[in-house]
Write a protein that binds this ligand. Structure first.
Ligand SMILES: [Ca+2]
Ligand SMILES: [Ca+2]
Length: 191
């Protein structure tokens, strides 16, 4: 509005309205500043949390690496340095707070197949259901059997599974559970 043509009363109101505009603007800027400050503080706290989590993860991993575990995205693996039966291998893994490895992907298959020529994995024949089951009770869906396997060779109950890395093919073979092989334990990292 223009104050020049207004009465005294109107002129006062007009002056007030001119005062109100900067006040509203000031309040709006103030509330925006508070919002941005809150965002900045939250972001800072998130960064600190990230750093703390990162350090705690490294300390946690270092502790396991010291005990002979290897890290492969989100999972720790322990490769035995001695041979034993499938059941003894599994017991060793359980004593380490883990279990025999479950092969969930081709990448995991390739990773676990690089240590020994023959290695027990966490797959065996369920005696109740007569189907292949992983150590966590899940059924076998994606398999990497060697051609001709599983075969209960020579009529022997081959109820446990080894990962063979001969010729870098990394295939599976069913085998008598009492055979002495190396084994691999797997442990998911939970934070
Ligand atoms: Ca796995
Ligand atoms: Ca076989």
């Amino acid at each position: 509005c223009s104050c020049t043509l207004l009465s005294a009363a109107n002129s006062q109101n007009c002056a007030k309205s001119y005062l109100h505009v900067p006040m509203r603007l000031y309040k709006s800027i103030q509330s925006k500043t508070k919002f941005y400050r809150l965002v900045a503080v939250s972001f800072g706290l998130l960064c600190i949390l990230q750093v703390v989590l990162n350090i705690s993860l490294r300390i946690h991993l270092y502790h396991y690496v010291q005990q002979g575990w290897m890290y492969f995205p989100t999972t720790l693996y322990y490769v035995s340095s001695s041979k034993n039966s499938w059941f003894a291998g599994r017991k060793d893994c359980q004593q380490r707070g883990a279990d025999l490895v479950i092969i969930n992907s081709k990448e995991e298959q390739n990773f676990t197949g690089q240590f020994h020529t023959n290695t027990w994995i966490g797959l065996s024949m369920s005696q109740n259901e007569k189907t292949w089951k992983w150590v966590d009770g899940t059924p076998l869906i994606h398999s990497y059997w060697k051609p001709g396997e599983p075969n209960n060779y020579n009529g022997i109950n081959e109820d446990c599974v080894e990962l063979q890395s001969r010729s870098l093919k990394k295939h599976w073979n069913d085998l008598f559970c009492g055979h002495s092989l190396f084994w691999i334990c797997e442990k998911k990292i939970i934070f």
